[in-house]
Ligand binder design. Structure first.
Ligand SMILES: [Zn+2]
Length: 264
């Protein structure tokens, strides 16, 4: 860059590499850039969670649908059982009539008594089938009622899921828009940074999930929370070069080095 291209400014400017750029100004660009990057990483994290949230929102609906399906299968099985029991009942009724009809053909009292016993047995058997049919009818009614109630619940769950999905879709779209905007703003600031510093920052950013520049507080790096050598702290305070944390390699600064508020 030549002096002709340079623009002079008293504060931070993101427009073009500034001739006046000091270590502190570069640092302020970095911190500004980091604000965008931290938000971008936050957004990427939120985006990753969306499929899981969608699944969780759909879970109650899936569960109710599963129960409804099982209930319908049970209803079909009950209908089949009832049909069989009704057939059995019909044939047992016919059998009873046949046995009764033979009563008039009997000659002796002994035969008559034995036959009455046979009629009683046939009647009991018929009663048993009748009870079975009634019990199956009752179970079918209960099943139909439960299906109706469950269908209402499924409908409700479907509505809830759709509204939840709409919210999540909107959230996902907002995040995508925000990230596009942040990318744009980030590019602008990047242009104000020295190329080698930008590369150094970008490398660190990838490793440290967007947290590449760290303040020194009470002699410790807030990135890794480790106590820094006093010599290093003193050098950072002097502010004539950008130095790394000895442990996590983040670029260090002190809040009082900067005129503006640096971290949020
Ligand atoms: Zn550190």
């Amino acid at each position: 860059m030549s002096a002709d291209e340079a623009t002079f400014c008293d504060g931070v400017c993101y427009a073009k590499p500034c001739f006046e750029d000091s270590v502190n100004t570069q640092l302020q660009y970095l911190i500004e850039l980091q604000k965008f990057d931290l938000r971008i990483f936050q957004i990427l994290d939120q985006q990753k969670k969306i499929p899981g949230l969608l699944q969780a929102a759909e879970a109650p609906l899936r569960e109710l649908q599963g129960r409804l399906q099982a209930m319908k299968h049970e209803g079909e099985s009950l209908a089949r059982q009832r049909k069989n029991a009704e057939l059995e009942l019909g044939s047992q009724e016919a059998q009873l009539q046949k046995v009764r009809a033979r009563l008039s053909e009997l000659k002796t009292n002994k035969e008559y008594q034995a036959h009455l016993f046979e009629i009683e047995l046939a009647r009991k058997k018929k009663d048993t089938f009748e009870e079975a049919v009634l019990a199956l009818m009752e179970r079918s009614d209960q099943n139909s009622q439960a299906i109706k109630e469950l269908e209402l619940q499924v409908e409700e769950a479907q509505k809830n899921f759709e509204s939840e999905k709409a919210k999540l879709d909107k959230h996902a779209a907002d995040l995508t828009n925000e990230i596009a905007q942040l990318d744009q703003e980030q590019k602008q600031i990047s242009q104000s940074l020295e190329q080698s510093l930008l590369s150094r920052y970008n490398r660190l950013k990838t490793i440290r999930k967007g947290f590449a520049v760290a303040e020194i507080r009470d002699g410790s790096c807030i990135g890794c929370r480790l106590q820094l050598p006093p010599q290093l702290v003193a050098e950072v305070r002097r502010g004539d070069q950008l130095l790394d944390c000895s442990y996590c390699r983040r670029i260090l600064y002190m809040a009082n080095q900067l005129e503006t508020e640096s971290t949020e």
